[in-house]
Design a protein around this ligand. Structure first.
Ligand code: AMP
Ligand code: GLY
Length: 426
């Protein structure tokens, strides 16, 4: 088989590594990819939103399967464009990717189908949102831009003044662009967060091992929200009871709701859950693998990812069980100092070869590129590398991951030091 992966981050590197393990696969391509992905796939300089060029490339190379990793092309309808051209594609169509593409849609769906989530109101007028804040809101309150905003369109506001400023930045100043044409104002929930990824074939859902992200930029969950600074899998807080509750009230209910709405979902649903004192609640849905969640979950999956993708496309997921290693993984993101606000890039990265041939260690590239000399690898983004290690236990994986963060270096290298610390305290 020839497989094309669309995207350029650590998630796509982890997908490419999983695809490379499949005996069914002969050639892997990635559009546009990065310097790490280029070591296992042919990277082509086509942007993830250049649908015509992706379709043309897939035809030219007779690609058997396209795996779309990123949210933007999914929400924009890349899977539809590929299918129209007769190309097999893994990922939700546009009408289903809206589960991630519009937070208002997701909230309305959950309300209609009684899927547990935070109480909320939707606004398409800044004045009405401000009015609501003055009259009805309890603080802290959560503001969410409706559309995609690189995981940064959520503001938690402790005071009325902060919330007023938030409404202005989202709706009036459009800090997140058209994502802020509408917004959700919702109840602030407390508890531990868990990420649960699943494969879905339109009807059947299969749950992957759980993970826990660290979204804030600084140690101790301080600083601004990021795309994710590191995570671990499985989450010890995702207990059997939590799993049972979610299976009963959330997972299948979401898949059935999408089908009932005439939007059958095929691909990956990522459930962002908050384990509140009143039970698990859905914070958000994503229509794709998480990043860095994919970097801790996929290395632990025993199944051939191609079999699973095919089952999702063919609607035969009911015939397949997912299997995970009875181990643990921790991923620490090495970022550029200043991420997610302001940072420099273009610095050489040293020490990458230390990962060569090491079984339990992975260095997934997020923002990297090859220098013009075609030899040196340079930093090329806020999140630069995802250092993942496997271990028999979470503590062991954590120790190994932090050791491996020392193997590589680049100017302005920054990481959190408390990824998975909660495990040791649990
Ligand atoms: P989201 O992109 O919806 O996952 O939101 C980003 C982050 O904001 C989440 O991972 C949570 O940490 C936080 N968050 C979102 N919604 C809420 C909520 N209703 N209550 C408390 N925190 C929230
Ligand atoms: N790590 C969170 C996300 O991928 O959205």
């Amino acid at each position: 088989m020839k497989v094309l992966i669309v995207g350029s981050g650590g998630r796509e590197h982890a997908i490419a590594a999983a695809v490379a393990k499949s005996k069914k696969v002969e050639e892997i391509y990635c559009a546009p990819g990065n310097a790490g992905i280029a070591q296992i796939a042919g990277c082509v300089p086509i942007g993830a939103m250049e649908f015509d060029r992706i379709v043309a490339f897939a035809k030219e190379k007779a690609i058997d399967l396209v795996i779309v990793g990123m949210d933007d092309p999914l929400v924009g309808g890349l899977v539809d464009a590929l299918e129209e051209a007769g190309i097999r594609a893994f990922g939700p169509r546009k009408n289903a990717a809206v589960l991630e593409g519009s937070k208002a849609f997701a909230k309305e769906l959950m309300k209609k189908y009684h899927i547990p989530t935070a109480a909320y109101e939707i606004f398409s007028d800044a004045q009405e949102a401000l009015e609501y804040l003055h009259t009805k809101a309890k603080f802290p309150v959560v503001l969410k831009a409706d559309g995609l905003a690189l995981g940064k369109g959520v503001l938690i506001c402790s005071t009325l003044q902060e919330a007023e400023e938030g409404v202005c930045s989202i709706m009036t100043e459009q800090k997140f662009g058209s994502a802020g044409n509408r917004m959700v104002i919702e109840e602030f929930l407390t508890g531990r967060e868990v990420s649960v990824l699943s494969f879905v074939d339109g009807k059947t859902i299969r749950i992957m091992s759980s993970a826990q992200d660290h979204k804030r930029a600084l140690d101790g969950d301080q600083g601004p929200n990021t795309g994710g600074m590191g995570n671990f899998s499985p989450s010890p807080f995702y207990t059997k009871e939590v799993d049972e509750y979610c299976r009963k009230y959330i997972y299948q209910a979401t898949v059935d709701a999408m089908a009932a709405e005439g939007r059958p979902f095929q691909g990956v649903i990522f459930f962002g859950l908050m384990l509140t004192p009143d039970g698990p609640r859905v914070l958000e849905y994503n229509a794709r693998f998480g990043d860095p969640e994919a970097q801790v979950v996929l290395p632990r999956m025993k199944n051939d990812i191609i079999d699973v993708c095919n089952a999702c496309i063919d609607g035969t997921l009911d015939r397949l069980e997912l299997e995970f290693e009875d181990n643990a993984a921790v991923c620490v993101v090495l970022a550029s100092e200043g991420y997610p606000v302001k940072y420099e890039k273009g610095f050489p990265i040293t020490g990458l070869e230390r990962f060569d041939g090491k079984q339990d260690y992975f260095c997934f590239h997020a923002g990297t590129k090859l220098d013009a000399d075609k030899k040196t690898i340079l930093t090329n983004g806020g999140r630069v590398l995802g250092i993942t290690a496997l271990g028999a236990t979470l503590s062991e994986a954590r120790k190994k991951a932090y050791e491996a963060t020392e193997w590589v270096d680049f100017k302005n290298k920054y990481m959190r030091h408390d990824i998975g610390k909660a495990i040791e305290e649990a």
